[in-house]
Design a protein. Structure first.
Length: 403
């Protein structure tokens, strides 16, 4: 074959087709099977996209209804829970009840909440704790006794258990005339005004009360206030701050004596404390109707030291003060104490009790009498005498002294 027959100039290089090109321009591409890429019989038809399954209209409606029902039910449940909680917070529809509620120094907030729940004042302790925390009231509760009731909401309960609350329980304490400071302090503890006698003694001994009549009395001994705790009927919180409780006595003493006593003290020739000492002996000795007469005997002995008694007051009440409150005996006259008026001349160093205003006025205004002696008769009345012999004859005639 000639070289010319092998070469075909009419067929251009550009007309050569790739086996992967379509047979005709613009035609569909050939399958790989046509060119040995696979068998023509294995040709797969084009895949159609899968159709999503459609839920039926009925099923969709049921789901919507279930959802709506659940939402409504949950809303109702939450509303009911909120109403119940609000009822507790706001003290709505609670049975009427009044409670005397005491908080001690040992109580923490949880124990207070527990007892509030036990008393029926709150229903939900956790909610009460949350409310107290949110309102910053957990640390405001004070030791004391309070009158609370079921009409009080959470805010009122928390406010009602504070030191300045009007809900604090008040106790009335009547202090009899002639009580010693020890008896008064014990009475205050018994009434719930103080938790211990010791805390009252500490307040009396160490606190510098701002009254001029105490200015010259040194601190350190709680009995320094003996004679100044004037008997009366007082109202105290339970418990009451011991300093403020004692201050109540001193304020009352000042108010009672400022006009009736203080202006007359200087002209009496005695100090206020000496007059209170005389008054305290009168208070412990009197039967109630003979204050001025007893005062006259004391003044006569004090002011006439060269008389038959040589300045010894010989008041049995001073023996009772030093022997612990017992009936005085002959042996008690030998007790070595500056309060023993049988052993030491003149006045005791301080009052032996807390006198009332009548006895203080009697100390200022003794009867016009020259008597130096008195004795209690079988008729429970004091009889007064000028001489020792008259006194002894009377004692010999009374059955009470023959035992």
């Amino acid at each position: 074959m000639s070289q010319d027959s092998y070469y075909e100039p009419s067929r251009r290089r550009d007309d050569r087709r790739s086996p992967y090109e379509s047979r005709e321009r613009g035609g569909a591409p050939r399958s790989s099977g046509e060119y040995g890429g696979g068998r023509s019989g294995d040709r797969e038809p084009p895949r159609r996209p899968k159709k999503k399954k459609r839920r039926s209209a009925g099923r969709t409606a049921a789901l919507v209804l279930l959802y709506v029902t659940a939402v409504i039910g949950l809303s109702i449940l939450l509303a009911c829970a909120g109403w119940v909680a609000a009822g507790d917070v706001l003290a709505l529809d609670k049975p009427e009840k009044v409670v005397t509620f005491t908080i001690t120094a040992e109580d923490d907030f949880d124990s207070v909440a527990d007892r509030l729940k036990e008393e029926g004042l709150i229903e939900y302790k956790l909610l009460f704790n949350l409310f107290a925390s949110f309102t910053h009231k957990k640390d405001t509760l004070s030791v004391g006794t309070y009158t609370l009731n079921t009409d009080m909401d959470y805010r009122a309960l928390l406010a009602g258990m504070q030191a300045n609350s009007a809900n604090r329980a008040v106790v009335t304490v009547t202090v009899p005339e002639g009580y010693t400071i020890d008896q008064i302090f014990q009475l205050m503890v018994d009434k719930g005004v103080a938790s211990s006698v010791e805390e009252l003694q500490e307040a009396a001994a160490t606190h510098d009360y701002a009254f001029d009549f105490l200015a010259d009395i040194p601190l350190g001994d709680y009995r320094r206030l003996e004679g100044y705790l004037m008997p009366a009927t007082y109202e105290f919180y339970t418990p009451h701050d011991p300093i403020y409780a004692i201050n109540k006595f001193l304020v009352y003493f000042y108010n009672q004596t400022e006009q009736a006593v203080m202006p007359k003290v200087e002209e009496s020739g005695y100090t206020l404390r000496e007059l209170l000492t005389i008054a305290s002996m009168i208070e412990r000795e009197t039967t109630g109707e003979d204050r001025e007469e007893i005062s006259a005997v004391i003044h006569n002995r004090l002011e006439n030291p060269n008389a038959g008694t040589q300045g010894y007051l010989q008041v049995d009440a001073t023996l009772v003060y030093i022997n612990g409150g017992k009936e005085p005996t002959e042996a008690d006259k030998g007790i070595d104490s500056p309060y023993n008026t049988y052993l030491y001349r003149g006045l005791p160093p301080a009052p032996i009790a807390n006198p009332g205003l009548e006895s203080i006025l009697a100390a200022l205004n003794p009867a016009d009498s020259r008597d130096f002696y008195y004795a209690l008769g079988d008729d429970d009345i004091h009889h007064f005498f000028r001489t020792y012999d008259q006194h002894q004859q009377f004692i010999a005639s009374q059955e009470r002294y023959k035992k």
